[in-house]
Design a protein around this ligand. Structure first.
Ligand code: PEP
Length: 253
């Protein structure tokens, strides 16, 4: 089954409003006319509105990096799905390893966040991945299985279709160590098999699975040539227009 490649840039805690607008302006120009690939950028909360305005008329989608599951109320410091919808978000990244590692995110809280996001009609980029210790301890597949089952608990076929999964081995994030295309493909194949068991062949065939972890213009093509790798979630290399555009245009490299 043909799945539309999906390249998303996770800007993390980078870019002031002015810098964010400059970067999307550059991306709009450098990506004009690109076809056959979906693109999204995930600026910090403070730049979402301005980036949304700058993206008007462009096919680049806007993503947020996190949210809280309640609609509103006494949750100081949090942002709700409705608020993100209001500023033009299409996707929300959920369960990024930095959230799990530094902000106490668990499979259960990831599950609550995914539920709230999908309920509001937003799409999810659901991040999973093993640490170096877990990989070296032979636990990669059991960790991935636990994260998939935990994060997707209670979802039917219809909802899951609004989801993209990002496999991001924690040891490859921001380290310059990329998983080889074969290492990544092995896990992507496992995730797709798990989705088939949880849902159906039809559903698992439709869901896009991105790879994330030190993706660059140099390694993207090899990764994208794998059967079960349908895109990339890009951190560091998404902060510069030139490298992110090259990654989006991976077919031309
Ligand atoms: C990420 O944080 O999602 C990521 C993949 O980062 P990097 O590309 O910098 O490794």
């Amino acid at each position: 089954m043909e799945r539309l490649p999906f390249i998303a840039g996770n800007w993390k805690m980078n870019k002031t409003v002015g810098e964010a607008v400059d970067l999307v302006r550059e991306l709009k120009a450098s990506l004009a006319g690109v076809q056959g690939v979906e693109v999204a950028v995930a600026p910090p909360f403070t730049a979402l509105y301005a980036v949304w305005k700058e993206l008007e008329g462009s096919s680049i989608h806007l993503a947020a990096q996190n949210l809280y599951w309640e609609e509103k109320g006494a949750f100081t410091g949090e942002v709700s799905p409705i608020m993100l919808k209001e500023v033009g978000c299409h996707y929300v990244i959920i369960g990024h390893s930095e959230r799990r590692q530094f902000f106490g995110e668990t499979d259960e809280t990831v599950n609550r966040r995914i539920k709230a996001t999908l309920t509001q009609g937003l799409k999810v980029i659901f991040c999973i991945g093993e640490t170096l210790n877990e990989r070296e301890g032979g636990k990669t597949f059991s960790v991935i299985e636990r994260q998939v089952e935990g994060g997707l608990k209670g979802f039917g076929d219809k909802k899951i279709e609004n989801m993209v999964i990002a496999y991001e081995p924690v040891w490859a994030i921001g380290t310059g160590k990329t998983a080889t295309p074969e290492q990544a493909e092995e896990v992507h194949r496992f995730i797709r098999g798990k989705l088939e068991k949880l849902y159906s062949r039809e559903v698992s065939d439709k869901i896009r699975i991105q790879y994330g972890g030190s993706v660059t213009p140099e390694n993207v093509k090899g990764l994208m040539s794998q059967r079960n790798i349908d895109g990339a979630l890009v951190g560091g290399a998404s902060l510069k227009g030139e490298s992110f555009s090259k990654i989006v245009r991976f077919k031309e490299l």
